[in-house]
Write a protein that binds this ligand. Structure first.
Ligand code: SAM
Ligand code: SF4
Length: 333
């Protein structure tokens, strides 16, 4: 029988979000400081693909079935497809998903799909080129939309669009995003800003509540939004089907804690820190023991013991954002 990782609150942890880099070619205001996270970061601090793969293998042997590759922007790291192929070979790993800003996706989607990525979440906060450029501090909407089309063409499925809704910045585009999702046959998820890292905390004055987003969408489509629950990929999103269509929309309101009871995930940073909760400081360093020659058995035991530290709930209101790795760009969303 396969092993499984269980935390003190009887939650089975079968999903790891792996940040392969904390660097990004964009600088979204709610995520990244303007100068980047570690503009002069030391290369050796980051785990190699072999080191990341070794940790992932330990998780898979402990029952983890799903990995999401995230960042920073994962596509800025060279030969990501090679890394995907490396972990795809692990027996028991069923699902490799990607989170990306899609800037390089037109170039990479085919290789990534062939290597084993099935699904992708793509961030798009605006469909207006000038505004998109402003929000991302330099992003190129045309490239992103080309990336979306390529991902659809090579068969990544499902693709989901993620839009962080910010009052006074892009909240007038909620309806346009719904229409774009319907046009592309893609689910759209609207995310409330979260107070993670100094950038995220600074954006909370633009917080736009999920219930208001839902009311706007309902008015726009003119039909009911039927709650749609129970898909294993839903995570923290509250999902709805637009009545009379196949289109799903979702809202993610992390601050409300409504999803903590079913949390099934932990996060690995690009420097090898295992973060047990998005909104709490609890973490375990895996890089040091790894580089000190830990055995496979001891690594697994370290992970099993780490689960004991997984908190019951997040408390975004506590002052965890000053901790070194507590930035969204390091935690991978
Ligand atoms: N670069 C990729 C991207 O943008 O999709 C992957 C990493 S990014 C950190 C993952 C997700 O976190 C994105 O959907 C982004 O919009 C979201 N995110 C980052 N900071 C956030 C914040 N303060 N509040 C809410 N969502 C945030
Ligand atoms: Fe980069 Fe994604 Fe953060 Fe934007 S949200 S700065 S694209 S890591």
């Amino acid at each position: 029988m396969r092993k499984s990782l269980i935390d003190p609150f009887n939650r089975t942890i079968d999903y790891v979000r792996v940040s392969v880099t904390d660097k990004c070619n964009y600088r979204c205001g709610y995520c990244m400081p303007e100068q980047g996270v570690h503009p002069d970061g030391v290369h050796s601090e980051y785990l190699s693909y072999d080191e990341l793969a070794r940790i992932i293998k330990a998780f898979v042997d402990l029952g983890v079935a799903k990995i999401r590759i995230t960042g920073g922007e994962p596509l800025v790291r060279k030969n990501l497809a090679g890394f995907v192929a490396q972990i795809k070979a692990f027996d028991g790993l069923e699902d490799i998903a990607l989170s990306t800003n899609a800037h390089y996706l037109e170039r990479e989607a085919e290789a990534l799909t062939l290597a084993g990525v099935t699904r992708a979440n793509i961030s798009i906060d605006s469909l207006r080129p000038a505004r998109f450029k402003n929000i991302t501090r330099g992003g190129d909407l045309e490239k992103v939309l080309a990336g979306v089309d390529k991902a659809l063409e090579v068969g990544m499925k499902p693709i989901k669009f993620n839009m962080v809704v910010m009052k006074g910045t892009n909240d007038d585009e909620i309806e346009a995003m719904v229409d774009y999702g319907i046009q592309k046959g893609v689910e759209v998820r609207f995310i409330e800003t979260m107070p993670i890292g100094p950038a995220g905390v600074g954006m909370m004055e633009q917080h736009y509540p999920a219930d208001k987003i839902l009311a706007r969408i309902k008015k726009h489509v003119g039909v009911d939004l039927i709650p749609s629950t129970g898909k294993s990929h839903d995570g923290p999103a509250r999902n709805f089907i637009i009545a009379g269509t196949d289109t799903r929309i979702g809202v993610i309101s992390a601050v409300s804690q409504h999803f903590c009871a079913t949390c099934n995930r932990v996060r690995l940073t690009a420097k090898g820190i295992l973060a047990l909760c998005l909104g709490q400081a609890d973490s375990v360093d895996l890089r040091t023991p790894l580089r000190n020659g830990i055995t496979d058995e001891a690594l697994q035991q370290l992970i099993v013991d780490a689960m004991l530290k997984k908190p019951e709930k997040h408390f975004f209101n506590e002052n965890v954002h000053n901790i070194e790795f507590r930035q969204m760009v390091q935690l991978g969303g």
